[in-house]
Design a protein around this ligand. Structure first.
Ligand SMILES: Cc1cc2nc3c(=O)[nH]c(=O)nc-3n(C[C@H](O)[C@H](O)[C@H](O)COP(=O)(O)OP(=O)(O)OC[C@H]3O[C@@H](n4cnc5c(N)ncnc54)[C@H](O)[C@@H]3O)c2cc1C
Length: 373
């Protein structure tokens, strides 16, 4: 059985690793030229029941423990004046919660465990056509082709494989502008102290100024605005692509907080954050399925990578259990995945709109308040 995985991101690589563990030989076709072609972004917290479970399934639990940063779980929520509304500190050295790991290190962990040739770099999938005898023919940018019996679309938010299964639209949920402050401890010790070892969210009506510590000593700063921001918080890409424009959005905020924008190494990089409709599902089609953002792109509130990796673990386990009948395996995976994702996608949409609401600060304090056991 020739299994092709479109995309060598966190979901695709986890699946490749788990299938190999079960004696299969998949190929992950990745559009990037090599592992360092593009910055992999910030840090992720891996949850025990999803991301960590998938890593354990892939045989990487110990390597995750030696690479992750449990202290990165610390987070604070501040109001625009800089007052602390919430401060969570994990018990020192504890791995019970959701330790943080830089995305780049996590991807390297997966890549380093795969033999050469499992990832076919520089293969941007541009079209998929069913073959008369079953399976699919993949066409790549530049003219190359490959055939497969089973195709897994792990090709992210703008998946090419998705169109074989659903025409669910993408819709904008927020505008994000990102900056990096490199070598923060030495160059900006006061900001390093403000952000601490984990995450900081400064929350005002309809706008968030967030900062995140990475393992390489840099700080990643992100400004989130509603996709349909009001006139005083312009959200279209052209107007949040300079530090000056961003500082205007946070006019009146404590200068100790907006210093995070001023300290950025270069101009902010704006992008639109999109999502698929909550509850998207499709009718099973033989030989093809989706996982991760290709299957269920959600607002980014801390679940996407975790669920992509769990999708991979569950799909890999189903195929390993049922190697002679991959369609039964795919069907079982899809039904379980649709049921698991629905409440998570609903929660993600709720949290995203809460974070950008006019009463975000109060809502977040309630959200983080300890609940009775
Ligand atoms: C700002 C932000 C913060 C986030 N924070 C978190 C967090 O804290 N925790 C969390 O769990 N999730 C987080 N997420 C969500 C998370 O990033 C995604 O859900 C996760 O990366 C999905 O994994 P994936 O493997 O499905 O897709 P991706 O990681 O996007 O991987 C897809 C891969 O496919 C490749 N590809 C794309 N198109 C093609 C093609 N045509 N041909 C070949 N290859 C292709 C891409 O190059 C990429 O390598 C965040 C998202 C954003 C935007």
């Amino acid at each position: 059985m020739r299994i092709a995985i479109a995309g060598g991101g966190l979901g695709g690589l986890t699946l490749a690793l788990i299938l190999r563990k079960h004696g299969m030989d998949p190929v992950a076709y990745e559009r990037e030229a090599d592992r360092s072609a593009r910055s992999q972004g910030g840090s992720l917290d891996l949850h025990p029941e999803s991301g960590q479970r998938a890593l354990a399934e892939a045989g990487l639990a110990d390597r995750f423990r030696s690479t992750a940063r449990p202290e990165g779980e610390e987070h604070r929520v501040l109001d625009p004046a800089g007052r602390t509304l919430v401060h969570h500190r994990p018990p020192p050295g504890s791995f019970d919660g959701r330790p943080e790991i830089d995305r780049r290190l996590l991807r390297d962990l997966l890549l380093d465990s795969l033999p050469d040739g499992t990832v076919a770099w520089g293969h941007r999938l541009v079209a998929v056509t069913p073959r008369p005898a079953g399976g699919f023919r993949l066409a790549f940018d530049g003219g190359g082709h490959a055939d497969c019996d089973v195709l897994v679309g792990a090709d992210g938010a703008r998946s090419v494989v998705r169109s074989l299964l659903t025409d669910a639209p993408l819709f904008p949920v927020a505008t994000l502008a990102e900056l990096t402050i490199s070598d923060a401890d030495r160059r900006h010790p006061e900001l390093a102290e403000l952000v601490g070892p984990g995450n900081l969210w400064c929350v005002g009506a309809g706008r968030i100024l967030a900062a995140q510590r990475l393992g390489d000593g840099s700080i990643r700063v992100g400004v989130t605005l509603p996709a349909d921001a009001p006139a005083d918080a312009p959200a279209d890409g052209r107007r949040v692509d300079t530090k000056r424009a961003l500082l205007d959005v946070f006019d009146g905020w404590n200068p100790g907080l907006t210093a995070l924008i001023e300290a950025g190494d270069g101009p902010p990089t704006p992008r639109t954050i999109e999502a698929m409709p909550t509850g998207t599902r499709w009718t099973h089609r033989p030989g093809v399925t989706l996982l991760g953002d290709a299957a269920h792109l959600m607002p980014p509130v801390g679940e996407g990578a975790n669920q992509a990796m769990l999708d991979a673990a569950e799909l890999g386990e189903e195929i390993a259990r049922n190697p002679d009948d991959p369609d039964a395996a795919i069907r079982a995976y899809e039904e379980a995945m649709f049921a698991r994702i629905l409440p998570i996608a609903e929660m993600s949409a709720r949290v995203q709109s809460m974070m950008l609401s006019p009463t975000a600060a109060d809502d977040l304090v309630r959200f983080f308040a300890p609940r009775p056991a």
